[in-house]
Design a protein around this ligand. Structure first.
Ligand SMILES: [Cu+2]
Length: 370
């Protein structure tokens, strides 16, 4: 889980105070220099949670629901089309949003976002979807890389214990979202059922030192943000688009030195970030604190020319972006939705840990006097 990235302190019998600690070490999260802080270096956020309105936190089915951003297939080196076999299993699982807060997620393959599917233009995907027999609901998959009814949703609808199979050809390049698309599709996406499929162009992608895969979505629950216990899904809050949590990879402040320190770079290296927004409702203003996007392919449209030196790129729900950054100096690069209340109050942050030599010409924290 996320360690002690944020700590819920019971300030009185009627209110909680959420305190995010500013710092660089394990167990601390520096959200952003531009947020107001106290003179002790803390960011204090008051909420209006009423203790006792939830049942207790449930035992978890998995310790970690957040996908490892580095656990993706490598670049495609072949020059001819192939059949890519993909097997996905839908699972409904209890896991922690943050310490002491549980939720019944819905997933593709036990992770949020779902597995990163990697193909090349001209490939045929042989896709099998299995609905685990312990589940309680039907599920399916709509892939935005499919030309066909419902993006495959109608023909992959599976009840618990069922399996369905389709094949489709990927005919255009880009990074595309996939998601569950049953009638309550907004509920299922909010609970975690989304991911991304990359269709590489025939000539492949330029080399980079690292590739990271992240997904943003929002949870709507019967509890307040940070309220301890098991949070049930709240359809009315979803209809109002009033999210309890806005998350990257399904857990509050999950990815970074404060949690799972999966994304690591050395000074001088480059990284390509694949970022999908499941939503179901909120647009992300995707920004790297402490850096800039050297190149951005808006909407993941890698068949188009990139934008260069972009500070914040919009990523619509049901869309994705391919964004490239470099790391000329050490220090964390914090990837956020720059609608910053979602960062300070609702958990939306992932950080790249950059290690290496300082370069005072680029950035000097202690310039010589004179
Ligand atoms: Cu579903």
């Amino acid at each position: 889980m996320c360690g002690t990235s944020a700590r819920l302190l019971q300030a009185s019998t009627s209110a909680f105070v959420l305190v995010a600690f500013v710092g660089e070490g394990v167990g601390a999260v520096a959200v952003a220099g531009c947020l107001s802080t106290t003179n002790t270096g803390q960011i204090s956020v008051d909420s209006v949670a009423t203790p006792g309105s939830l049942t207790g936190a449930l035992p978890v089915d998995v310790d970690r629901i957040a996908a490892d951003p580095t656990a993706i297939p490598g670049p495609i080196m072949r020059t001819t089309p192939e059949t890519v076999v993909v097997e996905l299993e839908t699972r409904e699982l209890v896991a922690e949003v943050e310490p002491g807060v549980t939720f019944t997620y819905m997933t593709f393959d036990n992770q949020i976002p779902g597995p990163f599917i990697r193909t090349r233009v001209g490939d045929t995907v042989d896709l099998t979807v299995t609905n685990h027999p312990d589940n309680s609901m039907p599920h399916n998959i709509d892939l935005h890389s499919v030309r066909g009814p419902g993006g495959g949703a109608e023909d992959t609808m599976v009840m618990p214990g069922e399996t369905k199979r389709i094949t489709f050809k990927v005919t255009y390049p880009g990074l595309f979202v996939y998601h569950c698309a049953v009638p309550n599709l907004d509920y299922h996406i909010s609970a975690g059922m989304f991911g991304a499929i990359l269709v590489e162009p025939e000539e492949g992608l330029p080399p980079v030192d690292h590739e990271f895969y992240l997904g943003q979505h929002e949870l709507y629950t019967t509890g307040e943000t940070g309220e301890q216990g098991h949070h049930e899904f709240d359809f009315e809050a979803m209809a109002r688009e009033d999210a309890t949590y806005v998350l990257i990879n399904g857990e509050k402040y999950a990815i970074g030195p404060q949690g799972y320190n999966d994304m690591q770079m050395t000074v001088g290296e480059t990284a390509r970030v694949y970022f999908a927004v499941g939503g179901p409702n909120l647009l992300s203003s995707f920004h790297p604190i402490g850096s800039v996007w050297d190149e951005v392919y808006p909407q993941g449209a890698i068949g188009s020319d990139p934008h260069r030196f972009v500070q914040t790129t919009p990523v619509l729900p049901g869309s994705a972006v391919i964004a490239i950054l470099s790391a000329p100096v050490p220090g964390p690069i914090k990837l956020v939705d720059h609608a910053l209340s979602r960062v300070a109050r609702k958990g939306c942050l992932a950080a790249i840990d950059v290690q290496g030599e300082e370069d005072p010409e680029i950035y000097d924290p202690e310039p010589a006097q004179g």
